[in-house]
Design a protein around this ligand. Structure first.
Ligand code: ADP
Length: 599
């Protein structure tokens, strides 16, 4: 019979499994049992509406040491011939598999691409799969000796379900493969990796697993490896979770939750393609794999499951969306997740900060979305880099505020260092004030939305009222403004539409001038908005502010307004201020010419 070839990528993967020096070969059993459990879940679900499909669900292990085979049988949904070819002949989930140097280890591949079934080739040199789909009368046999291809033939099988026969490799110095027919070894492996599987795993009429789902157990009773293995297996991540959250909620609504925060954001996380959702169980039965209604978008990075006896088993997926109980669970869950995140922030700062670097923008959206409807719920989950070169929460910032400091000050820019170098920031740093450095484009929109924290307003260092100027300073400034009035009027005339205003300021120390905005839209917001379509006409009201005590301004004040140098200096100052703010200059050729002329 002609052998069919594996798709190229699958073949590579198989080679990897066959020649794997992966020491953890024993996980093949967990992978296969997990597939059995999934298949039974599917049939279990179908049987809710079609009782003829129900059965006494179980997974059986049949070792045969003489024949060196291990057979794993389930009475789940089974596979058709086409499904066998599709599921076992290609890599199931990933579509494409990039064999990058780094990832080229069995360890990192297992789970990442759903290579579960292929792991059987780590211990077997031939694998036979006999399966009969529920509702069909014929069965099929799929067989493969590894990378050279596979065959599929029709055959007989009494009941629906699947059986996988592993023809174990001969023992070598690395591994005694024959041990996988040993009852003691198998019992140990089931206990270690598959104890929570909710269907009995039976060996010679003995049930090996406790069948208590992982999410019904107390966190203290579950080993880290159990959570890690479960997470990787169910949620197709090759990394262990960064954080595990569990709860048993009882009262008006009842549910258990087992949630995970991934270490890394999926590549499509911040796009529309990303699909959020939690698995939904009712009394241990999987109702839906990815129920998106359980999570708000801002918490969409969280993976895991909810098991609630309050969700009707027979509910259709269409009706589920409108289900009152589901809505009540979602509301309670959202609160629970936020309080768990807060606890995490308190208990493991480093871990939380790592998470925040991956998913922080999502949490910021929580505070911002719907005109800040949930800003109070989210504000304590946020961290921003501060001029102290560390991440700060708002409450930490407030607790460190200097005596007499009225506001929470922030500045926007590309990095904390760049922000600290801004001319407007100098006076604040000199007073010992901390500055929140807003680096992401969403940041300023978020703090504007939150408005205040603990009675302290968020104020941009560029805000015209930001610098806490004393009455004497103000009086002095007004007097100077009178002295400079002619020059200022001339500068305004020279700059024309480029600025809305030119004025003196007390906020500058060593810098001669700076640009700020007089409108609600700051220079940074203008930059963000300008990058979006349909933003024509949106602009900040630019103001050129001058430091009357700076030598350059003093020099300018001594020139006659009709002097050619007066115009040149004005333009140079304005351009320097643009550059300082990281804004594009209007005409770089003209600026270059001007600089040379001034030499
Ligand atoms: P994954 O389980 O990650 O999808 P696998 O390679 O382990 O990847 O399995 C591929 C697919 O083969 C499964 O998604 C499932 O559709 C099918 N499959 C594997 N084992 C069984 C089984 N025991 N019963 C029914 N279908 C199975």
């Amino acid at each position: 019979m002609a052998k069919k070839q594996f798709k190229a990528e699958s073949k590579k993967l198989l080679d990897l499994m066959i020649n794997s020096i992966y020491t953890n070969r024993e996980i093949f059993l967990r992978e296969l049992i997990s597939n059995c459990s999934d298949a039974i879940d599917k049939r279990h679900y179908m049987s809710l509406t079609d009782s003829s499909l129900s059965a006494e669900f179980k997974i059986e292990l049949k070792p045969d040491s003489a024949a060196r085979t291990l057979t794993i049988t389930d009475n789940g949904c089974g596979m058709t011939r086409a499904e066998m070819e599709e599921n076992l002949g290609t890599i199931a989930k990933s579509g494409t598999l990039e064999f990058k140097e780094k990832q080229n280890t069995a360890e990192s591949l297992i789970g990442q691409f759903g290579v579960g079934f292929y792991s059987s080739f780590m211990v077997a040199d031939k694998v036979t799969v006999i399966s009969r789909k529920v509702g069909e009368t014929v069965a099929n046999k799929w067989e493969s000796g590894g990378a050279d291809g596979y065959t599929v033939t029709q055959c007989e099988r009494e009941n629906a379900g699947t059986e996988i026969i592993l023809h174990l490799k001969p023992d070598d110095e690395d591994c005694a493969y024959g041990d996988f027919t040993d009852e003691f070894t198998l019992t140990r492996l089931v206990k270690k990796y598959s104890d929570y599987i909710r269907y009995p795993i039976v060996l010679a009429d003995k049930t090996l697993n406790s069948m208590t789902p992982l999410w019904r157990k107390k966190k203290s009773e579950v080993k880290k490896e159990e959570y890690d293995g479960f997470y990787r297996d169910k949620f197709f991540d090759y990394l262990e979770p960064a954080h595990v959250m569990t709860a048993q909620v009882e009262g008006n609504i009842n549910y258990s939750m087992l949630l995970f925060v991934p270490q890394k954001a999926p590549f499509d996380y911040y796009t529309r393609d990303y699909k959020k959702g939690l698995s939904l169980y009712s009394g241990g039965v999987l109702i839906m794999e990815q129920c998106s209604d359980l999570l708000p978008d801002e918490l969409g990075f969280i993976k895991g499951l909810i098991d609630s006896p309050d969700i009707s088993l027979n509910i259709s997926r269409e009706l589920l969306q409108k289900d009152r109980q589901l809505k009540a669970i979602a509301v309670s869950l959202e609160k629970k997740i936020r309080s768990e995140l807060k606890k995490w922030l308190q208990a493991d700062r480093e871990g939380y900060e790592k998470m925040f670097r991956e998913f922080g923008n999502s949490l910021k959206m929580g505070a911002y979305n719907n005109f800040g409807a949930k800003k109070d719920e989210f504000k304590d989950l946020l961290l921003f880099e501060s001029s102290e070169n560390k991440l700060a929460s708002f409450s930490e910032y407030v607790s460190r505020m200097k005596e007499g400091q009225e506001n929470i000050y922030y500045a926007s820019g590309t990095s904390a260092d760049a922000i600290k170098a801004l001319p407007q920031v100098e006076v604040f740093l000199e007073k010992g004030y901390e500055i929140l450095c807003l680096k992401d484009s969403i940041d300023e929109f978020v703090v504007k939305m939150i408005e205040s924290y603990d009675g302290k307003k968020f104020v941009s260092v560029a805000d015209k009222n930001a610098a806490e100027v004393s009455d004497e300073q103000k009086a002095e400034l007004e007097k100077k403004a009178d002295d400079y009035s002619k020059q200022i009027a001339k500068m305004k005339e020279l700059l024309g539409k480029k600025v809305k205003d030119v004025r003196l300021t007390a906020r500058l120390k060593s810098a001669a001038a700076c640009l700020t905005s007089d409108s609600e839209i700051s220079l940074e917001m203008e930059r963000v908005l300008k990058a979006m379509p349909g933003s024509e006409g949106i602009s900040a009201a630019r103001v050129l502010e001058l430091n009357p005590d700076h030598p350059a301004i003093l020099k300018l004040s001594k020139l006659s307004e009709s002097d050619e140098k007066f115009a040149d200096y004005t333009l140079a100052l304005y351009n320097a201020a643009l550059l300082q703010e990281n804004l594009p200059v209007d005409d770089s050729a003209a600026l270059a010419a001007l600089l040379v002329k001034l030499l």
